[in-house]
Design a protein around this ligand. Structure first.
Ligand SMILES: [Zn+2]
Length: 262
């Protein structure tokens, strides 16, 4: 165990085990409190989506047409109406829909939320025909992994004084909140692009403007859940990191301190 560090003529005292533990507990609490706000971001979206069950008929035909209009039927894109899948997944219940790039399949309950389908075709357009969109969709998963690692690294103790020479790991520790936020950025951007393309496609199928307007509202709320997740993750990791810094970073012995004892 090191008793003191010296940098540039300053002396630093390492923190006690007790300080480290306190920091770890506080940092964990702060980040889970921030992550606890997440359901609030998703609420407006889920609320509207449930309402859409009642006016599904207005969107259903246009959605079915949209696969052909997008030209992706020729690329093997298929819709699996989730109402035929015998499980209680969110998709089957009409609480969500998703596109699988691996099989080029959209899983959606077309008896409930056809309105969400255009967005899923938007994902397929990004993945199959897109350039930037394709890059973004490939970055989604690695981005989650990076963000997850940042949450872990934020809770590491800071053994070096602030003024000590920094290496790559120190840079990551100092910026883990920002990096975690960046990890979510490809997802947020790709979701936004999928919605943009979905709306454009819906117009091409001849869907009327008031219906488009309603769809845009839903898609904006969906985007808010992703943007909220990105922001909350960045803030949670950043707060944990700040607390760990405060509790575990070696303390500088201030020169003025000597006067007190002289
Ligand atoms: Zn999406």
């Amino acid at each position: 165990m090191v008793n003191s560090y010296y940098y540039n003529g300053n002396q630093y005292i390492p923190r006690t085990e007790n300080d480290n533990t306190k920091g770890f507990i506080l940092a964990s609490m702060a980040s889970s409190a921030i992550m606890g706000t997440l359901p609030a971001f998703g609420k407006p979206f889920s609320k509207q989506l449930v309402k859409e069950h009642m006016q599904n008929d207005l969107y259903k035909d246009a959605f079915e047409k949209s696969i052909k209009v997008s030209g992706l039927d020729k690329e093997g894109l298929k819709v699996i109406p989730a109402q035929f899948i015998r499980d209680m997944s969110d998709e089957a219940c009409g609480q969500n829909a998703f596109y699988s790039p691996k099989n080029r399949i959209i899983k959606i309950n077309t008896d409930k939320i056809s309105i969400a389908g255009f967005h899923e075709v938007g994902h397929a357009l990004n993945d199959i025909k897109g350039k930037f969109g394709k890059v973004l969709s490939k970055l989604r998963y690695p981005g989650y992994v990076v963000a997850g690692w940042m949450g872990f690294i934020a809770l590491f103790s800071r053994h070096k004084p602030k003024e000590a020479p920094k290496d790559g790991m120190d840079f990551i520790k100092d910026n883990c909140g920002k990096i975690a936020f960046l990890g979510w950025l490809p997802t947020v951007l790709e979701e936004g692009m999928a919605s943009y393309k979905g709306v454009k496609l819906a117009r091409k199928t001849g869907l009327s403007e008031p219906l488009i307007k309603n769809m845009k509202k839903l898609y904006a709320k969906a985007l808010m859940t992703y943007a909220g997740r990105a922001t909350a993750t960045g803030l949670a990791v950043g707060a944990a990191s700040m607390i760990m810094d405060k509790f575990t970073r070696p303390r500088k012995v201030e020169n003025e301190g000597f006067f007190l004892f002289s």
